[in-house]
Design a protein around this ligand. Structure first.
Ligand code: SF4
Length: 320
């Protein structure tokens, strides 16, 4: 009998669970805001954009009476509307106020912090170079904090080389919160090399949750043949986890639900890593473990690389 087989007849698999993984404080807060708003105002409560990028979370809130829309003009007069954790351009709360809508802001406080930094840099007379992914809602929200023409989006080191500013221009940089720690360090280094006078945050604005989840994957991935990342295809921090695992030499797949996992994904896999993006709930992790256990005799080890204790306050309207 093969040493890797046990009495069940299934081959064994060592599962390394990355920790931290899954929900961050900003996502917890955003979901709490929708649930408390449903209690306070009664259904329906409107939510502009997916509150967090996870279908399971969105569907659970829909079942409780949340209605998800992309734009404010889909919200009826007099209704309550919540802005998603990714943040919104300033024009959105302004439009909601002018329509007399009762709005609540679920923007993660760490995203709001970047918004305030952007305003301060413009007040100081600097042009902002914003490192982020084109089209992501957080990027749209941050670009919309300052007047058009005062902020330029860059994504790569090549974008830095193509910038047309003079060597002594008054510049500042800021970053999206959910980027790759390593890629962003390269872009910031290229900015500092080309514009030594550029001003920026002491550490990039990549949030604690994004950094911690990437560090946890870096620790487990070198031991794994496969790393599964639970997250949505539009979740920036989840996509970055796949990249981090691949750079450590492991194959990696982004999945939304356990049912996507095929038995042959585990061919040749003795050690598998598992993590979840900041908007994926722990139920989905348990679901994946159950599915893997159908195919393999699983031994599990949780690899903890950081403890997270961050909790964000709720908006005043919901706690008064
Ligand atoms: Fe906030 Fe970071 Fe979570 Fe985004 S990933 S909601 S910035 S804590």
């Amino acid at each position: 009998m093969n040493a890797s087989c046990q009495t069940s007849g299934k081959p064994t698999l060592k599962l390394l669970l990355a920790a931290p993984r899954g929900f961050c404080a900003g996502v917890d807060r955003a979901i709490d805001i929708v649930e408390l708003a449903l209690e306070r105002y009664g259904a329906p409560v409107y939510v502009r954009h997916e509150i967090v990028h996870n279908r399971f979370v969105v569907d659970s809130l829909k079942a409780k009476g949340a209605v998800f829309v992309e734009e404010l003009d889909e919200v009826p007069d007099g209704a309550a509307v919540i802005f998603s954790a990714h943040g919104v351009p300033k024009s959105v709360p302004a439009d909601a106020t002018s329509r007399g809508l009762d709005w609540l802001d679920a923007t993660c406080p760490l995203v709001s912090k970047v918004h305030r930094q952007a305003e301060r840099q413009i007040e100081a007379g600097r042009h902002i170079l914003f490192i982020g992914h084109h089209g992501h809602p957080e990027v749209i929200g941050t670009l919309g904090q300052v007047p058009a023409g005062t902020i330029t989006l860059i994504e790569t080191v090549a974008d830095v080389a193509a910038l047309q500013f003079s060597g002594d221009a008054a510049l500042a940089f800021l970053t999206q919160t959910t980027l790759s720690v390593d890629d962003t360090a390269e872009v910031v280094a290229a900015l500092r090399a080309r514009f030594p006078q550029i001003v920026g945050p002491k550490a990039e604005d990549i949030c604690y949750a994004t950094s911690n989840r990437q560090a946890a994957v870096k620790t487990i991935a070198p031991q794994c043949q496969l790393v599964l990342v639970i997250g949505a295809p539009n979740s920036s921090n989840s996509l970055r986890l796949v990249e981090v695992a691949e750079r450590c030499g492991a194959a990696s797949r982004l999945i939304q639900r356990a049912s996507e996992i095929q038995a042959d994904w585990l061919d040749g896999v003795e050690v598998m890593g598992l993590t979840a993006g900041a908007s994926a709930p722990e139920e989905l992790v348990n679901e994946v473990i159950d599915r893997i256990s159908l195919f393999r005799e699983v031994t599990m080890e949780q690899v903890v690389t950081a403890e997270e204790k961050m909790v964000f306050k709720l908006p005043r309207q919901l706690v008064e």
